[in-house]
Structures are given as C-alpha cells and as structure tokens.
Design a protein around this ligand. Structure first.
Ligand code: SAM
Ligand code: SF4
Length: 317
C-alpha cells in the first residue's frame, strides 16, 4: 500500500515478545521487562491474524523480532504459518543467536528465509559486560548452527559504541573476508537503554570507512543499509546510519509491538491498537496506520532522544 508521502509500505517488523534472555545495556533495563498481564499481550494466534491482515494490504516482507523471538513459546509454528500466508514473500528473523544451536534447523524447516544475528563484540569479557548476562560462545555456536542448518546471507548486526567496540571494527570487517556474510554496523540510537549513553559513545558509521579505507561502495543498497565490500571478499559490509543520515523518505516499514500496537514510525509515540480486533478490523486499523505514518522523524541525537516512548526490546529494532 502507498502512504500519504508516496512510499510503498511493504515491510512489517513484528515483535513477538518483549522478554529476552540477555540484558544489553543499550537496549533494556537490568531488571528485565515490567510484569504485564498475559491478557494485555498478543497471542500467537492474534499475531498471525495481524500478519494476515497486513498481507492483504501489500505487506510482503516480515521480520520476526523481539525482545528475543526465540524465547517466545510457539515461535516455530508461527514462523511456519506466516511463511505460508499468500503474499508473504520473505520471512526473516533478528535474534541474539543464543538459542540457535537448538532451534536453527527447525527455523529453516519452518520456512524462515534469513537471519540477522546481533553481535557487538568478539571478546568474551566485553560480550558478558554489554549483555550483562551472556556468553559469547553461545552466539558463536548459534552462528555455526545457522550455517549448518543451511541459512545463507546471514547478517551480523553490530551496534557501534565509542570506547567499547570501535577498536574491533577491523576484526568485524575481517569476518567478511572469510565467509559470505554481511556485517552491518549500526549507529547507537538514543532510545531505550541507549538514552543514558555518553555523547562520545555515539560514533558515526563514517568511522568504519576511516578505519578500513579498503572498503569499496557497492551499487546495491539494501533498504536502510549502504553496502561496501573488501575487493575479492565473499562477504560485505552494511552501514546503517539512523543518526547521521535520515532515511525517512525511503522508509517502507511499520512495526507491531508485542502488546499489539502498530507503530508507523520507530521514533514517534504514535501507536494504533490491534489487540482484540477481528481480522477485518485489523486490516482497517493497519490501513489507517499506514496513512498516518509521519513524513519524517524529529531530530535525533544524543541531546534529542527518541520520542518512541518505549525501550527497544518492546519495539524490536
Ligand atoms: N533480541 C534480538 C536481537 O538482539 O537481535 C532482537 C531484538 S533487538 C531489540 C533488535 C536490534 O536492535 C538488535 O540488533 C539490537 O542491537 C538493536 N538495538 C537495540 N537497542 C538499540 C539502540 N539503542 N541503538 C541501536 N540499535 C539498538
Ligand atoms: Fe535482548 Fe536484543 Fe535487546 Fe539485547 S538487543 S537486550 S538481545 S532484545
């Protein structure tokens, strides 16, 4: 469906839970999510219905996210059912990878097309620090499991944080010399836990190009990522600049939160409720959400935090 600013909206990001088995400092509070009544959260059946309604309006790509989507009970069945909805061409998932050793094969069999795995450091101690509770080896095992299950074109999401992982930029880029993966550097956003970060920690993606001048731009753009390559390497590097660039003009997505609200723009507090509606009513609410999608986000930098009004684990990235 085309919105009021002539953008083709064909991508829905679905946060299936706000719960997570990690506690990344830039994302969610240490104590985890506030308790919510079960009745206030979308059931798997309601989420499926919402995606079906979205498909009727021309949504073609679904990204399952969270919180951590793999901790959601019934996630494999949901993926299988979503992959079969007429009109849905691509089902992707963003995960921290911790549970992939147990679940990668089932996800593949359920029809999930591609995975984005979040990984901000290759150092076990730094990993434990930034996630507050996690073990790096679990994610590395998860990446291996994804490859063995047959997932291709896996993307690694790395949030750039000055003084934390900017010294690992070369190491991350080097991963693309070995395997046909895409390492995506993402600028830290002042949203959720990211709001408390020091100004100096907001590092622009330009830093990647300064550190690795060998990177050559590719002609392709992949939605929000500008793509680069080390000549001759099998993989590629994506730069996602939510702070230093504004990509609202080409934004093709809307988001569904785990408590059943459509967010037409990540950084706006505008939310349209779907929970409790029948499928036709959901279609109408989605239509309205697309038409109400703001033209652009407001100013966003360390001094002007996001107006999203939620932590990232509640929105899904
Ligand atoms: N738990 C899954 C994961 O970590 O991949 C999916 C949900 S997580 C909210 C989705 C993405 O949002 C992750 O890649 C994470 O690094 C990113 N993210 C969370 N908070 C962020 C922030 N303040 N700035 C930039 N990216 C953020
Ligand atoms: Fe969990 Fe993902 Fe947020 Fe980390 S970024 S706390 S893994 S939801």
């Amino acid at each position: 469906m085309i919105d009021n600013y002539n953008r083709q909206i064909n991508y829905l990001r679905v946060s299936v839970t706000d719960k997570c088995n990690l506690r990344c400092r830039y994302c969610m509070p240490e104590e985890g999510v506030p308790h919510r009544e079960h009745k206030d959260m979308m059931t798997v059946d309601e989420t499926f219905m919402a995606i079906k309604a979205a498909a009727e309006l021309g949504i073609k790509k679904i990204r399952i996210t969270g919180g951590e989507p793999l901790v959601k009970r019934g996630i494999i069945n949901l993926c299988r059912e979503v992959a079969e909805i007429p009109g849905i061409e691509e089902v992707c998932m963003t995960t921290n990878g911790i549970l992939l050793p147990q679940m990668a094969e089932d996800l593949k069999a359920a029809g999930v097309d591609r995975l984005n795995i979040s990984l901000d450091t290759l150092d076990p101690e730094k990993f434990h620090y930034i996630t507050r509770v996690g073990q790096l080896q679990d994610v590395l095992d998860g990446m291996k499991a994804a490859e063995e299950a047959g997932f291709e074109n896996t993307k690694i999401n790395c949030v750039l944080m000055g003084g934390f992982n900017d010294d690992e930029i070369e190491d991350f880029v080097n991963l693309t010399r070995e395997k046909p993966i895409e390492v995506r550097f993402i600028e830290l956003m002042p949203i959720g836990g990211g709001i408390g970060f020091d100004k100096q920690q907001f590092v622009s993606c330009e830093e990647v190009l300064k550190r690795v001048p060998e990177l050559e731009p590719m002609n392709q753009e992949d939605g929000v990522a500008k793509l680069y390559k080390i000549p001759g390497a099998p993989g590629r590097v994506g730069l996602i600049r939510p702070i230093s660039c504004e990509f609202c003009e080409g934004c093709n997505k809307i988001r569904l939160t785990a408590d059943g609200k459509i967010k037409p723009c990540l950084h706006s507090d505008l939310e349209i409720p779907l929970k409790g509606l029948m499928q036709e009513e959901m279609t109408e609410a989605l239509r309205k959400s697309i038409l109400d999608k703001p033209e652009r986000r407001e100013e966003l930098d360390a001094d002007n935090p996001s107006r999203a009004g939620r932590d990232m684990n509640q929105i899904g990235g």
